[in-house]
Ligand binder design. Structure first.
Ligand code: ASP
Length: 323
């Protein structure tokens, strides 16, 4: 896999120890209200945060920061899990899922969108230019083309080669945290305390044609409530959908839990539902609240996320995990 995650794993312990990993909050630690703040999933979150921060630090809107931020991995052909260069489904087609949500509960999503490098921007157009929340497949493509997006081939030589290699065995088991997926989920609060989020992915590599995961589903892969906070997820989307994960995290924060506690409770819900399956797969949640506190938690070790705030600057953290 040519994702940054593999590169990251390949860097080994020496570089890992030099990175400013910090586990989220120690129990009971309160942080002062922090804003603006942007957090995003996995190692590519660092680069995505840099773009988002340009907007946030200039007093811009969190929604704009989200769109620009997640466009970074979407447009990077070396990232095999998002946008251009994403690994295809089992028929060799790159199908993209994305959603976006703003501080007024406006939201838009595209599922199974082909040929468009920036599905997050099409999702935003769905939100702003249509009376709908979600467009799928050919209809989403047709809409994107009408909106002036360019039709492109998203299957890079490398992704095609990886798919052909996969075809030799056609084994499909969504063991996460290893080769076959990651997604950028990003949530941010701007200087005016408005919260937005976005989530974009090519989904599980070699998925069934037409399969849609959690990432473009409002409430599953992403949820924003401007009174409370926002959450996003990554990992085996089916497990996140089963618990409507990001909505669950936000509702748990509404009940007074910190982002860290809420992410932990959501992961424990997955374990409770599927004790055996949960040992084999990865799911990670990442959340912020209205005070600019953040938290993350995953089933398995290895879920990284990036935080950019005046206090933290732009750092990569490794989430605590259940296993
Ligand atoms: N959640 C994504 C999906 O299920 C995949 C991922 O995060 O890697 O499509």
């Amino acid at each position: 896999m040519k994702t940054s995650r593999r590169k990251f794993i390949g860097l080994g312990a020496s570089v890992l120890s030099a990175l400013p990993f910090v586990n989220a909050f120690g129990k009971g630690r309160m942080t002062p209200a922090t804003k603006p703040i942007v957090v995003s999933t996995w190692n590519f979150g660092i680069q995505a945060n840099v773009e988002a921060w340009k907007i946030l630090s200039a007093g811009g809107r969190s929604l704009d920061a989200i769109e620009k931020g997640v466009q970074v991995p979407e447009g990077d052909p070396k990232e095999s899990s998002v946008g251009l260069g994403g690994l295809p489904d089992r028929e060799g087609k790159v199908t993209l899922d994305a959603c976006i949500m703003d501080e007024k509960a406006n939201c838009g999503a595209v599922v199974c969108l082909e040929h468009i490098v920036h599905p997050i921007s099409v999702a935003r157009k769905v939100m702003e230019e249509t009376p709908h929340v979600m467009l799928a497949g050919d209809g989403a493509l047709q809409f994107a083309l009408q909106q002036g997006f360019k039709k492109e081939n998203l299957l890079t030589k490398e992704s095609e080669a990886a798919w052909k290699e996969w075809l030799k065995t056609s084994k499909y088991k969504p063991i996460a945290n290893i080769e076959n997926h990651d997604t950028i989920g990003m949530v941010a609060m701007d200087a005016k305390s408005n919260i937005s989020g976005g989530c974009t992915t090519s989904g599980m590599a070699y998925k069934m044609r037409g399969r849609v995961g959690d990432s473009p589903i409002i409430g599953a892969g992403l949820f924003v409530d401007n009174e409370i906070g926002a959450a996003t997820s990554t990992g085996v989307g089916e497990e996140v959908i089963r618990i409507v994960g990001s909505h669950l995290v936000v509702e748990l924060m509404r009940q007074g839990n910190s982002p860290q506690q809420a992410c932990e409770m959501a992961v424990r819900r997955i374990v409770k539902n599927q004790p055996e399956n949960s040992k084999q797969i990865q799911v990670g949640f990442l959340a912020i609240n209205k005070n600019g506190e953040y938290g993350a938690y995953a089933l398995q070790k290895g879920f990284t996320y990036a935080v950019y705030s005046p206090e933290v600057q732009n750092k990569l953290f490794e989430a605590k995990s259940y296993y």
